[in-house]
Design a protein around this ligand. Structure first.
Ligand code: HEC
Length: 94
């Protein structure tokens, strides 16, 4: 029984899309910024962007220092540590 379950579940696990591997804090970005954060017009790409740049933009959105339709509200839901993790994640994506 357990073996049967494993045989059934293993291919499913291997088939998980790449975005399932993004850290939890980055999952919430993919719906708008596209699979892997590669961007989907008109929402800009996050993929490959230097971490320091993403961090600075997120903090500017959070502080209401950068005009935004939606990012100001989103950024306010993220701590400094989460922003750093998300920025590092997207910087490492190709
Ligand atoms: C509801 C859709 C939505 C979600 C979710 C979202 N974004 Fe955005 N993002 C946008 C839009 C739209 C813009 C353009 C600025 C604006 O109008 O708010 C943007 C702009 C940005 C920019 C500025 C890019 C540039 O070149 O100006 C960064 C950085 C960014 N988002 C990061 C993130 C991160 C990191 C997450 C996840 C924590 C995220 N966004 C989640 C829609 C979204």
């Amino acid at each position: 029984m357990a073996l049967k379950l494993l045989a059934f579940a293993a291919p499913l696990l291997l088939a998980l899309p790449a975005q399932a591997q993004a850290p939890l804090a980055a999952q919430g970005c993919l719906g708008c910024h596209g699979p892997n954060g590669a961007g989907q017009a008109p929402v800009p790409a996050l993929t490959g962007r230097p971490a320091a740049e993403t961090e600075a933009l997120m903090k500017a959105f959070r502080a209401n220092e950068r005009p935004a339709t939606i990012m100001g509200r989103i950024a306010r839901g993220y701590t400094d540590a989460e922003i750093a993790a998300v920025a590092a994640h997207f910087a490492a994506q190709r």
